[in-house]
Design a protein around this ligand. Structure first.
Ligand SMILES: CCCC(=O)SCCNC(=O)CCNC(=O)[C@H](O)C(C)(C)COP(=O)(O)OP(=O)(O)OC[C@H]1O[C@@H](n2cnc3c(N)ncnc32)[C@H](O)[C@@H]1OP(=O)(O)O
Length: 321
């Protein structure tokens, strides 16, 4: 177990602070709500200087690895960060592929859940340091950040219940990726570590903003300031991890994936229309000012009220003892 002195002081925080003010300043709530409903939320991509085409071309110049997506009949998809020779670090082309996979998931109307994992028993070691070195000027770095912020925001807003399955290490951008999922499940020996400080950096893929909302600002400051190694025990203690799995029996990761599917299945059992509606009302409650969130909730409610699942439940005279 890795529990540093600083880690001992981490506290569980159940509710992040208010932050709707910022949303009000950077976006038109009406349009925002529509984006959330359609699952195609765009964040700061309209900010001055962000040329998606240009940064895509730059990123494509750093190839290697892949982002693999398998959509299963169960309604649970598995997204694998696959670059084992570099501990699943994100090459430039993988960043672009991640965006394409997120687009595919946005189109997947039968989907209910998503598991994000790394290949070969480890999660992800962040951005590929070779690519980072090559685009180390601030302008390119900021464009790469905006690209990844946008992709990871869209990932988090998918109308799917998502889980990061953390086997091995989730470092730097890999740790940020875990926060772009609704839940985090850790395997014994797994570690989430925001190593940015040791790289002379801060998170830039939206990981700090999301981390604060998950564990609270005190814990986030300690995690970033101390580059703390968060193991499963500490993860549970501070609310970063939602569960600890038994892990793989043969080192293949297969058992952990099966366990994660079972865990997620507890929340995705039921018709896709209802599960997707649940995610939509939670995302709007989390991201929108109350008035707008209430309007969105009403609209989403309208999509399930009198729908097949609702009518079937009424006909069966369901009792909830
Ligand atoms: C806004 C985003 C900010 C960021 O993500 S900055 C990047 C943060 N990540 C890092 O600094 C990770 C650096 N790597 C490490 O600490 C260690 O390699 C790590 C992951 C703990 C694994 O240690 P070991 O098990 O001892 O294995 P190793 O060091 O021999 O690594 C195996 C091969 O993988 C490579 N690798 C690991 N992480 C990488 C990365 N991020 N970018 C590029 N290559 C990376 C490493 O160079 C080694 O390659 P090779 O076998 O020497 O050719």
């Amino acid at each position: 177990m890795v529990l540093s002195a600083a880690g001992q002081h981490l506290l569980r925080v159940s509710r992040p602070g208010a932050w709707g003010q910022h949303l009000l300043r950077v976006s038109r709530p009406g349009a925002w709500g529509q984006h959330l409903l359609s699952g195609i939320g765009s964040v700061s991509t309209t900010a001055k200087g962000f040329q998606e085409k240009e940064i895509r071309e730059k990123l494509q110049a750093f190839p290697g690895g892949s982002i693999d997506l398998v959509k299963q009949e169960s309604g649970i998809a598995v997204l694998t960060v696959n670059n084992p020779a570099r501990m699943n670090a994100f090459s430039g082309s993988m960043m672009v592929e991640l965006e394409e996979r997120v687009s595919q998931l946005e189109e997947w109307t039968e989907g209910k859940g998503l598991i994000v994992q790394g290949a070969a028993g480890t999660f992800c070691s962040g951005s590929d340091l070779n690519a980072v070195r090559a685009i180390s000027n601030p302008q390119d770095g900021m464009k790469m950040c905006m690209f990844m912020q946008n992709v990871l925001t869209r990932l988090l807003r998918l109308p799917l219940l998502s889980v990061a399955l953390v086997e091995g290490s989730a470092l730097g951008g890999g740790a940020e990726l875990t926060t772009a999922c609704d839940f985090r499940l850790m395997v014994p020996g797994g570690m989430i570590r925001f190593v940015h400080k040791h790289m002379g950096l801060v998170p830039g893929w939206g990981g700090a903003a999301r981390l604060v909302r998950i564990v609270g600002s005190q814990n986030a400051l300690k995690m970033l300031g101390g580059a703390l190694k968060v193991d499963p025990e500490m993860g549970l203690q501070i609310g970063l991890a939602d569960g600890v799995l038994e892990g793989s029996l043969d080192g293949s990761g297969a058992n952990a994936l099966l366990e994660a599917e079972q865990w997620l299945g507890c929340y995705t059992t039921g018709p896709a229309s209802v599960i997707r509606a649940i995610k939509k009302v939670v995302v709007s409650g989390r991201e929108l000012p109350l008035e707008v969130a209430l309007r969105t909730e009403r609209d989403v409610f309208g999509t399930v009220w009198g729908g097949p699942a609702n009518l079937q439940a009424l006909a069966s005279k369901a009792k909830h003892k």
